[in-house]
Design a protein around this ligand. Structure first.
Ligand code: ASP
Length: 445
């Protein structure tokens, strides 16, 4: 039996109209057995997300202020959805219970989680499916970290008894019985956990965009969507700033070998982006899969003649970095130079002491810190097989008059990272996109 788990984001469930789209999607495929909803999101750009209002209610309650008016706004959103969909869900008792809970709970998690909880109750009623409280199956340890084994056991056992069910996203239960949430955007994680627990064939993540794009649309106009991407490529792209799924949502499904499909609730006929373990056999239209990057990195460049012959040189440089509480991102090395690339903010107030410590520990010829660096990752599993990828990339940057300050081609051959001046960042991304996508389209036409 094929099983799909479908998570719907806040904008997909923001009002009654969106609820009906979700119902149509779910009922159009009997393999869609489990649905994980977020709380209602924004209906228009200046609207408020329910989760944000719940946090605010809790803040007001903690400081002894009145939160009734704000709570009524929240309650009104749920009542409105129920009314428009002609549901006779006994919502009032639940709302009373939630209001009381917010008033008495010390932590904001309970309040925040109620957005998903109430939405789950409404959605289950609308679909005629069972409601399964995430607090009964998603379990955290004393430190608030997900207890993976206990969750896998509890949730798979629980869901076996509910062939079609709604499990609200974003929260679970602490060992002492209180509600605990993931970090913001955490319904993605809940969806992935449910998918793993029921050994799903596919984890669908429904949102308001038709999947991931090959570049940031704020930089490149109308970038093409990515059809297929591997979990490894996605990791490299999101590490470099592409925002797709919550980082921790990848882990449970990737581990279990379950592919993820990012889909658009408002354009359900579009295929979206399929993220899988192994997309070797999936053809991509382009040599590269995507481009991502961000600004404000710094390079600590340590130079010493014959450093290659000096046992422990690299370790001592990194010791100085570690002692200063700096975590680094990349380590490109050359002959007689070792570079430590880190986020610029990591060096705040520590530059002098870091340089001093490196001198003490390694007796180098020079240590220099270069700031204002933007890193751009060009990622693609197709790069291994295709000749001249680096040449194309560097030609594109040269033609755009961009000076490359750092190069790091990971041994995976999945990714070429270049460092350019912060000021050149946008132009560099556009130049790379043009070379690999626009020009490739033109050649094909
Ligand atoms: N509602 C929560 C948030 O706004 C969780 C989620 O939507 O994934 O962060």
């Amino acid at each position: 039996m094929e099983i799909k788990v479908s998570k719907f984001g806040g904008s997909s469930l923001a009002d009654a109209g969106q609820f009906s789209k979700v119902k149509e999607i779910l009922l159009s495929d009997p393999a869609r057995h489990y649905v994980v909803p977020s709380a209602p999101g924004k209906r228009m750009p200046r609207d408020k997300k329910i989760t944000d209002m719940l946090y605010e209610c809790h803040r007001l309650a903690r400081s002894g202020e009145d939160f009734d008016e704000l709570f009524e706004t929240i309650a009104g959103r749920y009542r409105g959805i129920a009314q428009e969909l002609s549901l006779d869900t006994p919502l009032e008792d639940r709302l009373l219970e939630v209001r009381e809970g917010i008033r008495t709970s010390a932590q904001p998690d309970y309040a925040a989680s109620r957005g998903e909880y109430l939405n789950g109750i409404l959605l289950a009623d609308y679909l005629g499916w069972d409601f399964v409280d995430a607090a009964d199956g998603i379990l955290f340890d004393e430190e608030g970290r997900l207890d993976q084994n206990a969750t896998q056991d509890a949730l798979s056992k629980l869901l076996r008894a509910h062939p079609y069910a709604v499990v609200p996203g974003f929260y679970g239960r602490m060992p002492d019985g209180t509600v605990h949430t993931f970090s913001r955007g955490g319904s993605d994680i809940s969806g992935a956990i449910v998918a793993r627990a029921v050994h799903a064939d596919l984890y669908e993540n429904w949102t308001d965009v038709s999947g991931c794009l090959m570049a940031d649309p704020r930089i490149v106009r109308n970038p093409r969507p990515i059809r297929h991407v591997t979990y490894r490529e996605l990791r490299e792209l999101s590490y470099m700033g592409a925002s797709v799924l919550h980082e921790d949502a990848i882990f449970p499904v990737r581990m279990a070998g379950i592919p993820t499909n990012i889909r658009n609730t408002n354009a359900p006929d579009e295929p979206g982006t399929l993220i899988s373990h192994d997309a070797e056999d999936m053809d991509n239209d382009y040599v590269i899969t995507g481009i991502a990057g961000h600004k404000d990195f710094a390079i600590v460049a340590v130079e010493k003649a014959m450093m290659n012959a000096e046992l422990g040189f690299g370790r001592r440089v990194l010791q100085a970095v570690e002692e200063n509480g700096i975590s680094f991102e990349h380590l490109p090395t050359g002959i007689d130079t070792m570079c430590v690339v880190c986020h610029e903010r990591m060096l705040d107030g520590k530059r002098d002491q870091l340089v001093h410590r490196i001198y003490e520990l390694t007796d180098p010829d020079s240590v220099e810190i270069h700031s204002g660096l933007a890193l751009i990752a060009t990622v693609g599993r197709g790069m291994v097989r295709s000749k001249g990828t680096s040449a194309k990339l560097f030609n594109a940057l040269q033609r755009a008059g961009i000076n490359v300050r750092m190069i790091d081609q990971g041994s995976s051959e999945l990714n070429i990272i270049v460092g350019v001046d912060n000021l050149d960042f946008e132009n560099a991304v556009r130049a790379i996109y043009r070379a690999f996508v626009t020009d490739a389209d033109r050649e094909r036409a």
